[in-house]
Design a protein around this ligand. Structure first.
Ligand code: 9MR
Length: 325
């Protein structure tokens, strides 16, 4: 049971003066933390010869003092805003850059971080006209070709052979072709002994999509390959792309539908994924207004387990029912 948190000097940091209520909530309900932002590339490695671990260390120390594990997010990502400027402008050897970046961070946290999203979002969305053989046309792809993904896994494994290494992405669970490309990569990695332990399903879904059978089928594909399944970024908004303005307030009906979907996801996970392949379930934020979705669409939503008063919502009860189903 994990949750993504704001930390360091972020607005909603759990370490701000009145963050005690959030830290208590975390201690009560969660056994793993992911940094929502502060362990991304630009935060940990802002210039070529500078690594800034201070804020991440504060989070890692808080977790370990409370018997909470840390899932590292994320070593290599395409996101323009999260690639430090020096990396974009680099004129040296990108293979060395990538290897050193991954190895330095992974070895620094070896023994303190139990698992990593080694590469995040390397595959393109269905219909992306810039895609190349299914790959996202990212800086990494442009500099190194598809081989950058395995290079990152090899470097992470060399620096920390114990941590679980995940490939992490969104829109894998709704029947998209993107998932086929991910599975082909997994099969190729396994055939060539490239070290990978699991697939992270971000699961930024909503109350209407995907269906239970789509979710189960996607998990099953990874289980069939003997890899771990981790739900890494779960949130379930009630307003959807198809119905963007349906709920202007969080009605009792919306809360019940959301509760049902949380229960469905958790129950599907436990049903399909055997204990030894469970990487766990992480929700992407602690309380509703902490969610990235609020800023994204500029429309109201309530996607998480706790409301802004830090009270458990029906969604929380749905999650618990899913665990006991
Ligand atoms: O929730 C994160 C938000 O606060 C950041 O502004 C954004 C860009 O760094 O990243 C969000 O988290 C993303 C995660 O790192 C990767 N999967 C998608 C998440 C939501 O955009």
């Amino acid at each position: 049971m994990g949750v993504a948190v704001s930390a360091g000097s972020e607005t909603n940091s759990i370490f701000r003066n009145d963050g005690g209520i959030d830290r208590t909530l975390i201690q009560q309900h969660f056994s793993q933390l992911t940094a929502g932002n502060i362990m991304k590339m630009s935060y940990l490695h802002p210039s070529e010869n500078t690594y800034t671990f201070e804020h991440a260390d504060q989070l890692v120390n808080f977790a370990l003092e409370n018997n909470i594990s840390i899932h590292g997010h994320t070593l290599i990502w395409h996101s323009d805003y999260q690639i430090p400027t020096w990396m974009k402008n680099y004129t040296g050897d990108y293979a060395t850059l990538l290897q050193e970046h991954v190895q330095n961070i992974t070895s620094y946290y070896a023994g303190r971080v139990v698992s990593w999203d080694v590469v995040n979002e390397a595959f393109a969305d269905d219909g992306d006209s810039n895609a190349i053989n299914g790959y996202r046309n990212s800086l990494w792809y442009q500099k190194l070709g598809p081989g950058y993904i395995e290079q990152a896994f090899i470097a992470a494994d060399a620096a920390d052979p114990v941590a679980d290494l995940y490939y992490n992405d969104y829109n894998l669970e709704g029947g998209q072709q993107k998932f086929d490309y991910v599975l082909a990569m997994v099969d190729d990695f396994k055939a060539r002994d490239i070290p990978i332990d699991g697939v992270g399903f971000q699961m930024h879904i909503n109350i209407e999509w995907p269906s239970e059978s789509q979710i189960k089928n996607a998990f099953q594909q990874v289980v069939n390959r003997g890899l771990k399944v981790k739900i890494t970024e779960l949130d379930i908004p009630v307003n959807t792309y198809a119905n963007p303005d349906k709920y202007q307030t969080f009605t009792a009906e919306a809360a019940e539908r959301q509760k049902d979907k949380y229960r469905e996801v958790v129950a599907a996970y436990l049903d399909v994924v055997p204990p030894e392949l469970r990487g766990g379930i992480t929700v992407w934020g602690l309380y509703d207004s902490d969610s990235w979705l609020i800023d994204l669409h500029g429309r109201p939503d309530w996607p998480l387990l706790f409301n802004d008063l830090r009270q458990a919502k029906p969604a929380f009860d749905g999650f618990v029912e899913g665990l006991s189903d």
